[in-house]
Each structure stands twice: as structure tokens, then as C-alpha cells.
Design a protein around this ligand. Structure first.
Ligand code: ADP
Ligand code: ZN
Ligand code: ZN
Length: 732
């Protein structure tokens, strides 16, 4: 086999498709695109977009059969070298097809081979022209030209296109000048930064520590109870980074939180903030992406996916509520944005700040071992104390529609005093079980191993797993009896029970059903803040980031659900949840009370929650996890498979297991038996999973690499949908 094409004309391409392997192509003569550039290549019977990646060192030489790259789309790659490195690391770490990883980091419009458009921006000098010229090296001819042209325009901001006549194409020169801080993008007009409150000593110390580390990678964990002023710390650190000419990337868990935080950052820093989350229209996402990429935005604030935002001059990364499970993508490319953020900070050589009132045990353990710097904010900034947490023994107090007498009594007292109550229950709908009193029939989803939840308001029964909807029934479809009853409690039921008990009270329910419309949640929350609501009934939606100073009572219903869970993280979630909801309530003059209904009065987790004792909780949980080699004491990966036929997924995972056992890479790794998923059938497909566990990470990674490569080559892998979940946050 003679190699007809010289090897340097052969390139490896990560095709934007669910395939791990790379494909080789021949480059047309005369071009030498950089890694990361998009190319169009023939693929199968059609064409695909792909990304140039470095050729593996052990790549085999080719004969002349290789197909040719049809088009090189980018002159300059859309990712800079470090972001490209981050994406490759992520694809490798999370064992996801690289082409899909690159593609997912681009706004939709750029995925479809469009070239990046130049938005019309206007520029002005940031300093007197003489200073600008003095600051420029002598050989920066184009930048000098562009600066003079800007000066000639006087103090009026001009577009790059307007300078074309005087100075030619200035776009790149202006960008470089901006990087040096010598010109400013004049739209939107930067406003003066506004001073926040004077920091207390803990906040001040935290800011100084973080700022001292500004020149290199370091990871900080800011632990501070809700309202301790973590956001003020972020703002001060961001301000300093921006003053040094750097960009700040801020990650938050929820879209619902972004408007408030964006407002606070914009107002206080007086700088453009690029917002990135999945709820934005394509055009806006693309604009934010470009503003981040070109450095016209000083702050990039977004949810999970913003961790892959292009940054022209990164200086600081902040991950707010770092414990939040929504940082983990739960389908497709299953990355954890917090962990990617830490990796990114190390590649960019900048500090990263994780913040939480209830750190994940992984982060807490890292801080304990000195891998992260722990910064504590032990006091509430606004002077109000932590809420009083009391447990209501549901063994002693029977529940009616989910409510105990002590809780109802406490609500009544709040109404008398003109204060607000929040009843938290993590289940929407009226009741999760619809059944017949005569024959034991239950309303099942036809497509999942799950029961339908009654949504009485809408006269519907719904599957919360696949979205299937059926009309509510008055009579049993099996025996015709009208003895239909509803077991369990959801938000609608609690709302109805409270309306009966407190007919004069103004009750508002907030869950995904009431807040589906854009802006609905915000206007509902405004009503609560304006005091137009006496009792608020809601789900998880309310647990994050929203402050309710008028609420002095929080009732927690159904917390025990977590205690029955098979998930080893359930106690951690419960601790986080109660701390978060409780922490939103109350003010200095009216401290909050949290009543938690539970059967598990003596459970150490409940006791720690009651005493706000995160350290005791963390010690106990970490000890338990150590004995089980669960994270952070061991590493997990879950191979998931689903298929249309009942046994295919399981059979596939048995093959995966066999391959893993046969592999030499399997040392020090425990490969469990494949099992059906806890909910085996979902949306009509059968699901199974295989857990892989190791005390150390390198053997786990080696094994996954070996097995994934081998499995992709097996024909059976095409008959199932399968994926690897590294560091899963849900074990089902
Ligand atoms: P967290 O992010 O920890 O929940 P925030 O930074 O949002 O806390 O602060 C909670 C409230 O306390 C905000 O209204 C904030 O303006 C105020 N606050 C924060 N730090 C101080 C301070 N040093 N002095 C006075 N008020 C403060
Ligand atoms: Zn029946
Ligand atoms: Zn279903």
C-alpha cells in the first residue's frame, strides 16, 4: 500500500454526528486551516459539517482512497485555542462524540455553516489620541491608522464601516485596540459603576483573597448562608477584574434567576452583560456569543451551557449555587458545568469562585482537603437571623390533604398578623395516584412504568415523565364503579384544602403549570413581594434565588419522599432544599419559622437541618459515602441504553460488561451487573443501565475509553440508543 497522498495533506475531522471515531480526509491543495475550523465533508451518501482536529499520533498512513474536504468554512476557527482544548477535554472526559461536543458549543445559527456576521457597533477612543499612540508599538500600523481615524471623528462614536474610506478595513484593528483598552465600544453606552454596600469584614477578606489570586488559576469555595452577601462578593471581584480589562463569566443554575442577577450586575458594574441561556431566541443567543467572543461584553452571565462561551480576555469565573443539580446536563452530552468551569479556569489560568450556602459534598470535601480555598461568610448581611426550624411529627399529627394541625395553626396565626406563608411541596398536580376503591385499578401511563397524576383544574390526568395526557375519569374503566379516589398530595390539592380552610385568604399557586408562559413567574413573584398574597403554594421553582422578606412561615410537605429514595444523594438534596427555602424567608424584625413535616424525627439528617449544622451533616454523610466508595471517595460512570424491544438494551449492556471484563484496562474498576432502570419503560422505550465504579479516576477513564471504542464497532450498538454518563448526579 503506497501512500499516494503526502501525510500532511491528510486531516482528521470530528463529524457533527453521534460517532466517537474521527474520519480522515484529504485537504484541497493550497490551504492550511487551523484546528477547530469548520469544514464541509462528504459523509455517507450526503455531506456533513465537521471540525478539524489534530491527527492522532498513531494514525495509519493512507492510500489514495481518501475523500476530499469539500469546503473550509472558517478562515479562523470559531474557538480560540484554549476553548478548543477545553472542548476536546470535555469530549474525552465525558466520553461523548467530539463532533457533537464542538457543535453544541456553537449557537444554532453558526452550526448551520453560516459565517459569523459583523454586528454594527460604534467605537470611540478610550483616551486622548496622543496617549493612545504612545501606548501602541511602532509596528502596529493598522491600529495607529484606525486610532487616528477615530480621533478625526471627534467624540462621536462611529462604526467600523465609516472608517473604511479613511483607514481601510478596521474591524480587526479596532478589536485589538479594544483588547488594549485604548478604544471602547460605544453601544450600549457604559454607565458609571455604582457602589454597593460597604462590605463586612468577612466579605472584604473574601474579595481580597480572590483578588490576590487574579493572575493565576485557583479555586475558591465561598460558603455563606443565604443572604450572607455572596453576590456582593462576586460583584466586587467582577468589578476589579473588569477594571483590569478582563471578562467575567458568571454561571447560574436557573433561567428564572438570570433577569434579577443580570439587572444587578448591569446596574452595579455599568457594563454590557451578555446573557446566555436556552430560553433566548436564536438571534439573541448568537449576538451574546459574538459579544463574548469579540470581547465587547465584559460580563457573560448564563446557565449551564454558557460555560463554553467564547471569551476573548477571560479574567474570572464564578459559579453561583454550585451545588445545584441543574449544572449537570441530563441528556446527550452529559457534562457538569461546574466541573467544566473549574477545568476551564485552569486552562485559562484564572481564578474560579464557587458559591453556595450548602456546598456539594464533593466541593466541600475538596475544600476540607485544601484543594480549594474555603472562604466563609458566617453572618447574614442584612442582620436578620436564620429561621427557626421545627419538625412536625407526622406519626403524631395525622395529615389532611397533606397538612398537619400544627402547620394549619401556624398559617392561621400568620394570616391574623398580616404576614405571608409559603407551603412548599415538590409535586405539581392534584394527586399522584388515581385508583378504584372496588377493584384496585390504578391510572397508569401507557408508555411508562409510572402512574398518571390527576390535574383536577384541567380535568386531566398526566404522565410527568413523558407528557401523556388523558381525560380524568369519573368511573373505573375496569369495573365501572364510581368509587374513584385520589391518593397522595400535589400543589393543587394543597391549594384547594387551604382555600376551604381559609376562605378569605389570598392564595397563589406557583408550579410549572402556572408559570409556563413567558414572564408568568416574574409577575407572580411580583405579586408576592407586593404583599398581594397571603399563602403561597409552590414547588422547587420557589427554592432558588428568590427572596421573600414578607414570608415568615415556610411549611415543608412531603420531604420524606427523599428519605425513601434509592439515590445516595437524597439526604444531601433535602438538606440543600430546606436550607434554601428556609433561607429566603423572614427579615430582621420578623424572623422566619420553618415547619417540616416528617416521620424521621431522629434521622441525623433531619437533626442537622434543624440545627443549621452543615458541618455535622457533611461529616456524617461523607463518612457514609466513604464506606460505600461513593463520590467523592470513588468515581462513578453509568452506561445507559434504551431500546424499542424489551430485552435488547439489557443484552447490549451485557455485551458492554463482557467487553469491560475482558479488557486489560479493567483493573481496579468494578463493573456491576446490568439492571433494568428503576423506571424500566419510559415513553415507550425499555431502559437499562450499567454502573461502573472505581476508587480512582484514571483506571475508570482508561476502561471507558477502551470499551466505548470497542462497542461502537459492534453492529448491535446501532440497535440501541446508548450513552455514557460520567459522574452521574442521578443514578437512574
Ligand atoms: P447572597 O448572595 O449570599 O444570598 P446577597 O449578596 O444577595 O446575599 O445579599 C443579601 C442582601 O444583603 C442584599 O440585599 C444585599 O444588598 C445585602 N447586603 C449584602 N452585603 C451587605 C453589606 N455588607 N452591608 C449591607 N447589606 C448587604
Ligand atoms: Zn374498578
Ligand atoms: Zn408516561
Amino acid at each position: 500500500m503506497n501512500s499516494a497522498a503526502p501525510d500532511d495533506r491528510v486531516v482528521s475531522v470530528a463529524v457533527a454526528a453521534p460517532l466517537f471515531r474521527l474520519f480522515d480526509y484529504r485537504l484541497p491543495a493550497g490551504i492550511r486551516p487551523a484546528c477547530g475550523s469548520r469544514v464541509r465533508v462528504p459523509f455517507g451518501r450526503g455531506q456533513r459539517i465537521g471540525f478539524l482536529v489534530p491527527r492522532p499520533a498513531r494514525a495509519e498512513p493512507h492510500d489514495g482512497e481518501l475523500k476530499q474536504v469539500l469546503e473550509v468554512i472558517d478562515d479562523e476557527p470559531l474557538f480560540d485555542a484554549r476553548l478548543f482544548q477545553l472542548l476536546r477535554w470535555s469530549a474525552d472526559y465525558y466520553r461523548h462524540p467530539p463532533g457533537e461536543v464542538f457543535e453544541s458549543a456553537l449557537p444554532v445559527r453558526l452550526r448551520r455553516r453560516l459565517a459569523a456576521p459583523e454586528p454594527a457597533r460604534t467605537w470611540r477612543l478610550a483616551a486622548p489620541i496622543d496617549d493612545v499612540l504612545r501606548a501602541l508599538p511602532a509596528n502596529a500600523t493598522r491600529q495607529r491608522l484606525a486610532a487616528r481615524a477615530l480621533a478625526a471623528a471627534g467624540d462621536v462614536p462611529v462604526e467600523a464601516a465609516e472608517l473604511r474610506q479613511a483607514a481601510g478595513d478596521c474591524a480587526e484593528a479596532l478589536r485589538r485596540l479594544a483588547d488594549r483598552g485604548l478604544v471602547k465600544c460605544a453601544s450600549p453606552e457604559p454607565a458609571p459603576a455604582r457602589d454597593g454596600p460597604t462590605l463586612n469584614q468577612h466579605q472584604q477578606a473574601a474579595v481580597e483573597r480572590i483578588d490576590d489570586a487574579c493572575a493565576a488559576f485557583a479555586c475558591f469555595l465561598v460558603r455563606g448562608v443565604t443572604g450572607s452577601g455572596k453576590t456582593e462578593v462576586y460583584l466586587q471581584c467582577a468589578r476589579r477584574a473588569i477594571e483590569r480589562g478582563r471578562q467575567v463569566l458568571v454561571l447560574v443554575p436557573e433561567i428564572a434567576l438570570t433577569p434579577q442577577l443580570v439587572g444587578r450586575f448591569r446596574e452595579r458594574l455599568g457594563r454590557p452583560v451578555a446573557v446566555m441561556h436556552s430560553g433566548l431566541p436564536d438571534g439573541e443567543r448568537q449576538r451574546a456569543w459574538l459579544n463574548a467572543s469579540r470581547g465587547t461584553a465584559d460580563v457573560i452571565l448564563g446557565t449551564r451551557s454558557a460555560v463554553f462561551a467564547p471569551l476573548r480576555r477571560p479574567g474570572l469565573i464564578i459559579v453561583d449555587e454550585e451545588h445545584d443539580a441543574s449544572f449537570k446536563q441530563q441528556e446527550g452530552f452529559r457534562y457538569h458545568a461546574r466541573d467544566v468551569a473549574i477545568k476551564r479556569a485552569s486552562l485559562e489560568n484564572v481564578p474560579v469562585v464557587l458559591g453556595s450556602a450548602t456546598p456539594s459534598l464533593e466541593s466541600f470535601d475538596n475544600a476540607r482537603r485544601g484543594r480549594y480555598h474555603l472562604l466563609e461568610l458566617p453572618e447574614r448581611a442584612g442582620a436578620s437571623g436564620l429561621p427557626d426550624v421545627r419538625l412536625v411529627d407526622t406519626g403524631k399529627w395525622p395529615l389532611t390533604d397533606g397538612l398537619s394541625a400544627p402547620l394549619v395553626g401556624a398559617i392561621a396565626r400568620r394570616i391574623e398578623r398580616g404576614e405571608q406563608s409559603l407551603i412548599f411541596i415538590n409535586r405539581r398536580g392534584f394527586a399522584p395516584v388515581v385508583m378504584c376503591g372496588q377493584c384496585q385499578w390504578q391510572a397508569h401511563c401507557e408508555r411508562c412504568d409510572a402512574l398518571l397524576t390527576l390535574h383536577r383544574r384541567e380535568g386531566m390526568m398526566r404522565c410527568h415523565h413523558c407528557g401523556l395526557t388523558r381525560a380524568a375519569v369519573d368511573a373505573c374503566p375496569a369495573c365501572g364503579s364510581d368509587d374513584i379516589f385520589f391518593a397522595g398530595v400535589g400543589t393543587q390539592r394543597v391549594e384547594q384544602a387551604l382555600a376551604r380552610r381559609f376562605p378569605a385568604a389570598r392564595i397563589l399557586r406557583i408550579d410549572r403549570d402556572t408559570s409556563a408562559a413567558r414572564g408568568a413567574l416574574e409577575s407572580q413573584l411580583d405579586k408576592v413581594r407586593a404583599g398581594e398574597v397571603d399563602i403561597l403554594v409552590g414547588t422547587q421553582l420557589l427554592s432558588k434565588g428568590h427572596d421573600f422578606p414578607g414570608i415568615t412561615l415556610v411549611g415543608v410537605i412531603g420531604a420524606d419522599q427523599g428519605m425513601y429514595s434509592v439515590d445516595f444523594r437524597a439526604p444531601e438534596r433535602l438538606f440543600q432544599l430546606v436550607t434554601q427555602v428556609g433561607g429566603r424567608a423572614g427579615r430582621a424584625d420578623k424572623p422566619g419559622l420553618v415547619l417540616m413535616q416528617t416521620r424521621f424525627l431522629d434521622h441525623p439528617c433531619m437533626d442537622a437541618i434543624r440545627r443549621h449544622d452543615f458541618d455535622a451533616f457533611a461529616e456524617a454523610e461523607l463518612a457514609a459515602r466513604r464506606t460505600l466508595s461513593m463520590p467523592p471517595f470513588g468515581c462513578l460512570a453509568l452506561v445507559r441504553a434504551e431500546s424499542a424491544a424489551a430485552d435488547t438494551a439489557l443484552a447490549f449492556l451485557r455485551l458492554v460488561r463482557d467487553r469491560a471484563m475482558a479488557s486489560k484496562a479493567g483493573e481496579d474498576v468494578e463493573v456491576m451487573d446490568p439492571v433494568p432502570a428503576p423506571m424500566e419503560r419510559r415513553a415507550g422505550r425499555f431502559r437499562a443501565q450499567l454502573l461502573v465504579q472505581s476508587r480512582r479516576r484514571p483506571p475508570l477513564r482508561r476502561l471507558l475509553t477502551a470499551v466505548v471504542g470497542a462497542i461502537e464497532a459492534e453492529p448491535v450498538s446501532r440497535r440501541v440508543r446508548w450513552s455514557v454518563d460520567v459522574d452521574p448526579v442521578d443514578l437512574y
